[in-house]
Design a protein around this ligand. Sequence first.
Ligand code: NAD
Ligand code: UFG
Length: 353
Amino acid sequence: MAILVTGGAGYIGSHTCLELLNAGHEVIVVDNLSNSSIESLRRVSELTGKTIKFYQVDLLNKEKLDTVFGQNNIEAVIHFAGLKAVGESVEIPLFYYHNNIGGTIILCEVMKKYGIKRMVFSSSATVYGMSETTPITENSPLSATNPYGRSKLIIEEILNDLYVSDNSWSIAVLRYFNPIGAHKSGRIGEDPNGVPNNLMPYISQVAVGRLKELSVYGNDYLTLDGTGVRDYIHVEDLARGHLKALKKIMADSGVEAYNLGTGQGYSVLEMVSAFERVSGKLVPYRIRDRRPGDIGICYSDPTKAERELGWVAEKGIEEMCLDAWRWQLSNPNGYQELSNTSSEFENPRLIVM
Ligand code: NAD
Ligand code: UFG
């Protein structure tokens, strides 16, 4: 029996595939490579010494997705595939709704056809909108401030409706806070397209000399140093959370949301200092105006995940920064130079379907 991982070539997906393989699961990946490289999966199979079956398939292509289910004995789906750039979602909302919501509906239809009703879904702390009450629990009010966030909120509602219609579905909705860091080998990590929007990849690219200086968006929030506070979580901790959620959905039916965060907030300037400490590099920065749509403080109450999944984040910010730095140093241009079709890097354990 296999686990189907949609979006498995991406940042969080590749780290989760690695954990799944190490735990002895059979892994099948479906990804259209719109925001990733197959090189991440080659490296995952190298690191684990295990086989991955890969389908370059778009979730919107129902016929091809059906073939994937027809050809494999799938027991559950971990659904990462989606577009995630907040700014881009404001510019091309229809594309975001079509891809994220449309892709999820097609996936659920095909799952239903094959009688596979177990899913772990990648949601986001973005579903808490402009919530100013911290720590944020799963019962905090939900809202959306941009089309990306709204796509996550709508998908959560669709999954709830699905369960109401058929109580044999078993779905874990994981609301990630701010995933950062990389696998400790430095072989896989976050590889954003173009200039990064998020803090940690921006800091790493300044430290490695690819970008000149960091813009710190606002120093007048009601925080210890005035800069924005977030709940950064190591991507390896996050990946482990998916295995715990998988165990839960194998045992119980229902639909439940879980915050995956550390429960601890750090400011932008604290992150800059931590990064400078572990890398030995200076990260020049300039204070700018607040970024529209940002909130001052956002961190999780992760106790539901601890209580019901037996999961807690273990890695602190120094380890997050160190692992992000190791990845950045050994892959200054990410996976960029490597073509998605290059045979030079062929790996017999990556079976491309
Ligand atoms: P990512 O872009 O690295 O991975 C997403 C993957 O999905 C990519 O490999 C992309 O090629 C693929 N994909 C997109 N649309 C597809 C489609 N229609 N068909 C097939 N494949 C498709 O992003 P990530 O950071 O690994 O995020 C994974 C999931 O977690 C996303 O759903 C994202 O919204 C969510 N999330 C991410 C963060 C974060 O900060 N990274 C925070 C909260 C939630
Ligand atoms: N920041 C800067 N300079 C930058 C980038 C960010 O000062 O160049 C600041 C932001 O103002 C914020 C903090 O660093 O205070 C974190 O910003 P990120 O962009 O890294 O993360 P956000 O919390 O704004 O949002 C991210 C994802 C969202 C997701 C949310 C919760 O981009 O999609 O985490 O998971 F919803």
